[in-house]
Ligand binder design. Structure first.
Ligand SMILES: *Cc1c(COP(=O)(O)O)cnc(C)c1O
Length: 355
């Protein structure tokens, strides 16, 4: 493994109470930073005390959003160790996002090494209360001080960490979702398959509108025909219809989630058929009316799986699984979280021990 120099923080911060952790508010003592310029390429990878960057007000990321990121977690195992879940998948997706945003690729093994070493330094920040974890946010920003629209010649790659509490504090409650028919999140040929900040900026309005109407999340339709289902909020989405699991195929406007991929692999290993294909909102509402929509859920690193209890579209309302979490959704949640927190054997070789 590549070793990076470490500059230790002069004083360590008090750890927040693991029982009242709020997502993304308190950050650990150190961060990983690496620089890019055209002469040296990616260089000077290092672990340093967590702190502000100095950025020129004309830095390109602030104006044209040339930026990509990742999201993953480090988990505390029952024997007191710390492990990651499929970190190479995140490094490869970061590479694909960089390629789309004209950011020079970072060697995926270097990304995994940086994350592994940082988590080792910050091991005390991985909480051990049930269902808590250390959220890891790798990101790359364009730093050229220039307002012309072209690819930057300088970048910063950094990794920061924050302890996060249990996602479901009051048990897993299915959410109400709203099929968004005005705004779109992404289009084919755009950046939908990448994790870039711009996608999120464009999605905020629909999310706020859905909340005003009393829904928890937006169900996104495709940007061209406005009839195919793509994602739910910032999660991938799956349905069980008449026994078969269906999920939108990766057309270019859907984010290739690692939880999605893991769910597909698990479901297939249980002998349940999975179809990755185009799914219209009409098909789903028809299936619900025919009593064939068994279960619906979102998938993503933050919530793992998030059951959908109700869907609204063009004035119609459907209830899924009687508004309760379905059997398959529960089994996916138990299996994935069991593997991630090291409570059940990892037969797929998905976990990577850090310490
Ligand atoms: C990150 C993300 C997901 C989920 O990906 P995971 O790798 O499972 O965490 C799904 N949709 C969008 C838009 C995302 O940004």
């Amino acid at each position: 493994m590549q070793e990076f120099p470490i500059t230790r923080a002069a004083s360590l911060k008090p750890k927040p109470d693991p029982k009242t952790l709020v997502f993304g508010r308190s950050f650990s003592d150190h961060m990983f930073v690496m620089n890019y310029d055209t002469e040296k390429g990616w260089h000077n990878g290092r672990i340093v005390p967590y702190g502000p960057f100095e950025l020129d007000p004309s830095a390109m990321v602030l104006h044209y959003a040339q930026e990509v990121f990742e999201g993953m977690k480090a988990y505390r195992t029952p024997d007191g160790g710390v492990q990651l879940f499929r970190p190479m998948e995140n490094a490869l997706r970061l590479q694909s996002s960089c390629e789309r945003l004209c950011i020079p690729a970072i060697d995926p093994q270097t990304v995994v090494d940086a994350i592994t070493q940082l988590v080792k330094v910050e091991a005390d920040w991985v909480p051990s209360e049930p269902d808590t974890s250390l959220y890891i946010r790798p990101f790359v920003i364009a730093t050229d001080p220039a307002l012309g629209v072209h690819a930057s010649h300088t970048y910063i790659f950094a990794v920061i960490c924050c302890p996060v509490g249990a996602y479901y504090k009051e048990g897993i409650n299915p959410v109400r979702i709203y099929v968004e028919d005005e705004d779109v999140r992404a289009v084919r040929g755009g950046t939908g398959y990448t994790k870039c900040g711009g996608n999120y900026a464009a999605s905020i309005r629909a999310g706020e509108r859905a909340e005003e109407k009393g829904y928890a999340q937006v169900l996104w339709l495709d940007g061209v025909e406005r009839k195919y289902i793509e994602e739910v909020g910032s999660m991938n989405v799956m349905f069980q219809v008449d026994g078969t699991v269906i999920t939108p195929k990766l057309t270019g406007s859907v984010l290739p989630g690692i939880t999605r991929k893991s769910c597909i692999e698990l479901i297939k290993s249980w002998g349940i058929p999975v179809e990755e294909r185009l799914i219209t909102a009409q098909e789903l509402f028809d299936a619900a009316e025919a009593g064939k929509l068994d279960e619906a859920w979102g998938t993503g690193t933050a919530a793992v799986v998030s059951p959908i209890g109700e869907m609204g579209w063009e004035g119609k309302h459907i209830t899924v699984s009687g508004g309760k979490i379905g059997t398959l959704t529960q089994k996916l949640y138990d299996t994935l979280t069991g593997i991630q927190w090291g409570k059940i054997p990892d037969e797929h070789g998905w976990t990577v021990r850090v310490c």
